[in-house]
Ligand binder design. Structure first.
Ligand code: EPU
Length: 426
């Protein structure tokens, strides 16, 4: 187990290039299964979750290699549609493989991914969507088996614009017979990227980025080369880090259009954000101001994946801010850790009441999940003294060597092996 050691109090400064988007790359890697042959995917980040997805693809028979930011996949040898339980347990996103495997083999076996640190994460909408397309779903214990003779297009109304369910249904529908319309679809930029990849492979579809996606099934897809979009959550994390340390940072290979709601909140907090093309410049010359209310919601609303990071900025702001989390029911685990660093935050059900303090103080804190971990790193960068962030493996799921990234911006941060608390006590 590794930990990050941060000497805080230094404003971030400099320029950095944003890596590719994990949440776009994962469904795109899954979708590649549907076209036999060699795919080349670029701007793929070197992250733990990406490695797990590549291991799953290999377990199904695919040849997969990651070199730099490029993945080469030969999907022709894939023979299995059974995702091994051990790999399924490591990453919920393995559910993305249901749609593509059903489309290619007419059968798929997975295991219930269960809940996780940020709350209950059901897959009922994924299963309902696949059933509407003609799949028969059998659940035995925690095993889920889906089968179909032939997927058939249908009208599907999602009760909630789930990102994963929208993606799974899009992938299954691409090779179904006839027309599928997904109503109340998720509108995240990663959905648009998936549509662009599917269209490049020969799919006929329109509407991603709006709440209705229409797909006309085709009988065959072709392998292609494709470049994945940049990571808006990494971009937003670095924007919050620049602001919390009262620094000045330039982010390249970013997409400001993907972060409109985040830029809006930063500006309300008094942070200067200037963007031109794919470059965003963030400067925070003075103590940030409180923001009365930030509510997480599906895109284009404020992203839940940036809620913990924004909370750190508001914990240092002048005044009282409120953050309401509406997407996940357990996404305030960072609050307890931030309190140990001197933050004044009170949680009542799904709302966090944040009374800004002039400064945070270094402490040993535990990263409980990916974005909570990123928030603790930001808190450590802004705090006076030394912060130790434990359980770094959570952060490695979504940030490519965060200590190197932040080191380039002048942060004093290093990664060290960590002894577990149990070992220390024995
Ligand atoms: N939900 C259901 N039933 C379903 C699916 C979802 O009730 O069948 C509920 C979930 O329990 C949750 C809400 O709907 O309360 C949102 O879930 P959604 O399906 O939209 O999320 P996801 O597809 O599981 C993706 C991202 C998450 C991000 C969410 C929300 C990927 C790989 N993951 O998850 O990213 O938080 O959308 O934007 O795309 C992260 O990167 O840290 C991360 C957690």
């Amino acid at each position: 187990m590794e930990k990050l050691v941060i000497e805080g109090g230094k404003p971030l400064s400099g320029t950095i290039r944003i890596h590719g988007a994990k949440n776009a790359a994962l469904p795109i890697l899954a979708a590649s299964i549907m076209a036999e042959g060699t795919h080349v995917l670029e701007n793929i980040p070197d992250l733990l979750d990406i490695h797990v997805m590549l291991d799953i693809l290999r377990a199904l028979g695919c040849k997969a290699e990651l070199r730099g930011d490029k993945v080469t996949l030969n999907t022709s040898p894939i023979y299995s549609s059974h995702i091994p339980q051990e790999l399924m347990k490591q990453m919920r996103s393995s559910v993305f493989l249901m749609g593509p495997l059903l489309a290619r083999f007419g059968t798929v076996q997975i295991y219930q991914p269960g809940g996780c640190a940020i709350g209950e994460r059901k897959i009922n909408l994924h299963l309902q969507g696949l059933q509407a397309l003609g799949a028969v779903v059998e659940e035995k214990g925690n095993t889920i088996l889906c089968r179909t003779e032939r997927l058939k297009g249908a009208d599907i109304v999602l009760d909630f614009p789930s990102v994963g369910a929208t993606e799974n249904i899009m992938m299954a529908a691409v090779m179904a017979e006839g027309t599928t319309r997904i109503f109340n679809a998720a509108r995240e930029p990663e959905i648009v990227d998936l549509q662009n990849y599917l269209i490049a492979m020969g799919a006929k579809m329109i509407g991603a980025g709006t709440d209705t996606i229409t797909i006309e099934g085709v009988s065959k897809l072709q392998p292609v080369s494709y470049k994945v979009i940049s990571d808006r959550i990494v971009t937003g994390t670095l924007m919050c880090a620049a602001a919390a340390t009262r620094g000045s940072v330039t982010l390249e290979n970013a997409n400001p259009a993907h972060l409109t709601s985040v830029i809006h909140v930063l500006k309300r907090a008094g942070v200067q954000v200037v963007s031109q093309g794919d470059v965003i410049q963030v400067t925070c010359p003075a103590r940030p101001k409180a923001v009365e209310r930030v509510v997480t919601s599906p895109h284009p609303g404020f992203p839940t994946d940036l809620q913990p990071q924004m909370m750190v900025l508001l914990a240092l702001a002048d005044g009282i801010s409120i953050i309401k989390e509406t997407i996940f029911d357990g996404r305030f685990k960072h609050v307890e850790e931030l309190s140990r660093m001197g933050a004044d935050i009170h949680v009542d059900l799904s709302s966090a009441f944040i009374r800004g303090v002039p400064r945070l103080y270094g402490a040993t804190v535990e990263s409980t999940d990916l974005r909570a971990g990123a928030a603790l790193v930001i808190a450590g960068l802004a705090a006076r003294g030394t912060t130790v962030v434990e359980e770094v493996h959570h952060i490695d799921r979504g940030y490519d060597r965060i200590e190197v990234m932040l080191g380039k911006l002048g942060a004093n941060i290093s990664r060290c092996p960590s002894l577990s608390r149990k070992t220390l006590l024995s």
